[in-house]
Design a protein around this ligand. Structure first.
Ligand SMILES: Nc1ncnc2c1ncn2[C@@H]1O[C@H](COP(=O)(O)OP(=O)(O)O)[C@@H](O)[C@H]1O
Ligand SMILES: [Mg+2]
Length: 372
């Protein structure tokens, strides 16, 4: 898969096991293959391009996804003939949630036929379309996997992913019958990355190790303005993307911040605080009966930003915050691994969505098959 950050392609080699109706997964290998600047530029051009650019990027992305899968297998010393299937999320090109009776629209590209041709393995792709067709957001899709892998009988857990967009899965105790609550809280690192790109004149792609934000101070006036946002007040189901929290949003933030006299580091600190605040506020706002989780377990690239993590710790206090390595998982590998599990569900004819989360009319088998 490739996330909204456009940082690169993540590929996970996952062994899926099922014993006594319980699903287990073991990540045997993981690679994250960064996009070269030209590849990222081509994707960005396609996002605002016409049919010609979209057609081209679909094929190119298919080839880059195949490259990542082959690199993964080579590093793991596993031959494609020993792989049951490739599950490919692809790259989101556009994501529009359903609004006021108008169906949603979402598009992920990365031609599966190219992957099937290069690997000779069945490819399952386009996981979001069926949920959207059933009136859902097509997102988030990781919550069912979170529930299958990480729910525990005697505790409430929050699985918090911080990629370009921040999304949370609030898991009730296993077997309690309570619904899973999951949604996109708003920006993860997409706005932060874009602001860093602007203030560094394109020299830096992200706030490496949170250094800039640590040097600055969040601008309270600007932060208050940014928090006054209809999306943050909206109740779940809800999903968002770089259409809303992307480059244009970041340019407006920088303009306002400079008018308010904020330094570049203050601006970076402000958008870092925006991510932490909107996550923490969402837990308090949208949890049924105010049932706070007993722990918050972070995954995604945001877990690598210590300043963001410290702000999240402060915002969620007294709920302890850890990252997925506490459960023996590479925090970067979870999202890609989740699509391996969704592929297993597809192959065994079982639904991959949680209608309570996506807003779809019911459970649906997600994905489309390209034969080897
Ligand atoms: N060392 C680091 N310091 C700060 N941020 C980091 C670091 N490593 C990764 N990141 C952040 O993680 C992002 C990638 O996270 P990822 O989970 O792949 O998001 P997505 O799923 O949207 O692609 C990068 O764009 C960057 O903002
Ligand atoms: Mg990524």
């Amino acid at each position: 898969m490739s996330g909204t950050s456009l940082d690169g392609v993540d590929a996970a080699l996952v062994v899926v096991e099922e014993q006594g109706g319980r699903l287990g997964a073991f990540v045997e290998a993981f690679v994250s293959v960064p996009y070269a600047p030209e590849q990222r530029a081509a994707i960005l051009a396609a996002l605002s391009g016409g049919p010609q650019e979209l057609c081209r990027i679909n094929i190119d992305l298919g080839s880059w996804l195949a490259d990542a899968a082959l690199t993964l297998l080579q590093r793991a010393g596993v031959s494609p003939v020993d792989v049951a299937a490739v599950g490919s999320h692809g790259q989101t090109i556009w994501h529009e949630p359903p609004t006021g009776g108008v169906a949603g629209a979402t598009l992920q590209l990365g031609e599966p036929a190219v992957i099937a041709e290069r690997l000779g393995v069945p490819v399952v792709s386009d996981f979001r379309a069926r949920d959207v067709a059933a009136g859902g957001h097509g997102a988030p899709l990781v919550p069912l996997v979170d529930q299958l892998l990480f729910s525990i009988p005697d505790g409430r857990r929050a699985l918090q992913n911080i990629g370009g967009i921040a999304n949370v899965t609030l898991l009730p105790p296993e077997g309690s019958g309570e619904p899973v609550v999951a949604f996109d809280s708003g920006p993860g690192v997409a706005v932060l990355d874009a602001v860093v790109g602007i203030v560094s004149d394109g020299a830096d792609r992200c706030d490496v190790d949170g250094h800039r934000a640590a040097r600055g101070q969040p601008g309270e006036e600007l932060l208050a303005r940014l928090l006054d946002d209809d999306y943050f007040r909206r109740r779940p189901p809800k999903s968002t993307g770089r259409e809303r929290y992307g480059a244009k949003y970041a340019r407006a933030v920088v303009r306002q911040g400079r008018e308010l006299g904020l330094s570049d580091d203050d601006l970076v600190a402000t958008v870092t605080a925006l991510t932490a605040r909107t996550i923490a506020d969402a837990y308090r706002e949208f949890l049924i009966d105010d049932l706070m989780p007993e722990e918050c377990i972070v995954s995604g690239g945001g877990a690598r930003n210590p300043t963001l993590m410290q702000m999240l710790v402060a915002g969620l206090d007294p709920v302890p915050v850890t990252d997925l390595s506490a459960l023996g998982w590479d925090p970067d590998a979870k999202e890609a691994a989740a699509f391996a599990l969704l592929t297993h569900l597809f192959q065994t004819g079982r639904p991959g969505n949680l209608p309570s989360v996506t807003g779809a009319a019911g459970p649906r088998v997600l994905g489309k098959l390209t034969p080897p």
